[in-house]
Design a protein around this ligand. Structure first.
Ligand code: ZN
Length: 386
């Protein structure tokens, strides 16, 4: 067993009462309640996985965009592919992706959405879904209209939301959201954004031009704008965006000062290394972010830029990219780190009082390091009903 909150236990057991964890221990440890025992066989029992960043509604675009062409070209292709896809096929693919989550051991998901069309499908699933309703708006003149509409839509949805679904506001990114719109979204409790994902983003905020400037011009025409000449992290910090409870996706291009800002503000960061590789934007400096004290979580990003929504495969990719990173830390990112980043502290560890959202990966009984197994690429994690 990998409880995450404490070192692994051989032959570990979890006692569950009314959907909550009542006791965690090894046979012979005091306090184990009497009751029926469900033997899962040889393998690793762990907290259910938390996918801190994805876009379920883009699942129908799997394989639609050529990899490796860089960020601006990738977004250009994404926008075209999304516009060309039949809405019914996108809806069907999102539903199939949602139905597949339990089979990968996922119990909670940070899901970015523009359309909010898949909320009923999420409501039928077993996952905790924190849906980030993403706003984009480069023209400052439209900031109030966009923010008002977003706020009103979330307020209208709230009374009828399924119990396992929460909707929060999100901004797309510093290079697609105007400063006035950022300020309005902060006032409405901004929950997430994409941040420091690509060299194109950083270059655009320095010189206001480049591939991203050309893309924006083609989308929204000429908008008067003075580049802040700051890094993406420093720029959004100057707008009051960074805060405890905010989840920033990617943070690939962050220097030491940026990492300090992220840590000191209490901003959580969801890294998505497979997506970064696919798009060709570099890799997040996970060890440096960790050393700076940044709260770290793991996400798959969407099927448009990632081969799967399986967080065990994302853990394995991060381990391959950064072999020196301890497996236990990667498992922490994929469980407790994600749970905290999404404001679900009752998930992510096996501890008395927490929700009994468990996962299990069959393994050979002779396993010596369960955490290394979980990040090896060999683990097939699934949700366990308890
Ligand atoms: Zn994303």
């Amino acid at each position: 067993m990998v409880p995450v909150a404490r070192p692994p236990l051989r032959n570990g057991r979890v006692a569950v009462d009314g959907g909550r964890i009542a006791w965690v221990g090894a046979p012979g440890e005091p306090g184990e309640p009497a009751g029926e025992v469900q033997d899962l066989g040889a393998g690793v029992l762990l907290p259910g996985l938390v996918n801190a960043h994805c876009h379920l509604e883009l699942s129908g675009l799997a394989g639609a965009i050529p990899p490796g062409s860089g960020f601006s070209a990738w977004v250009t292709a994404l926008v075209a592919a999304r516009a060309a896809a039949a809405p019914e096929s996108l809806d069907a693919a999102a539903t199939a992706a949602i139905e597949g989550l339990a089979g990968t051991g996922t119990v909670a998901i940070g899901d970015v959405s523009n359309a909010l069309a898949h909320l009923p499908a999420l409501g039928r699933s077993s996952v905790d879904a924190i849906v980030f309703y993403e706003q984009i708006g480069w023209d400052p003149a439209r900031a109030d209209a966009i923010a008002d509409a977003a706020r009103d839509r979330v307020a209208a949805l709230r009374p009828s939301l399924p119990a396992n679904v929460e909707v929060r506001l999100a901004a797309h990114a510093p290079h697609s959201v105007s400063a006035p719109l950022f300020r309005r979204l902060v006032a409405e409790r901004l929950g997430a954004l994409h941040l420091a994902e690509s060299p194109d983003e950083s270059a655009f905020l320095i010189d206001g031009d480049g591939d991203w400037g050309a893309f924006l011009g083609s989308r929204v025409g000429t908008v008067a704008w003075t580049p802040p000449r700051q890094s993406p992290v420093a720029y959004v910090d100057s707008l009051g965006v960074l805060a405890p409870g905010l989840l920033a996706a990617h943070c690939v291009h962050v220097d030491a000062a940026d990492r300090r800002r992220l840590a000191q503000s209490g901003t959580a960061v969801a890294v998505c290394p497979r997506s970064n590789r696919t798009i060709g934007v570099g890799l997040p400096p996970v060890e440096e972010l960790r050393a700076a004290g940044v709260r770290l979580a793991l996400g798959t990003d969407s099927l448009a830029s990632s081969p799967s929504l399986d967080l065990a495969e994302e853990m394995a990719a991060l381990q391959r990219e950064l072999p020196r990173l301890e497996p236990a830390f990667i498992v922490h990112m994929a469980t407790a780190g994600g749970a905290r980043a999404l404001g679900r502290p009752q998930l992510g560890t096996l501890e008395p009082g927490r929700r009994a959202a468990l996962a299990f990966a069959p393994a050979d009984a002779s396993l010596t390091s369960p955490e290394a197994f979980l990040t090896s690429g060999e683990a097939r994690v699934r949700r366990v009903d308890a």
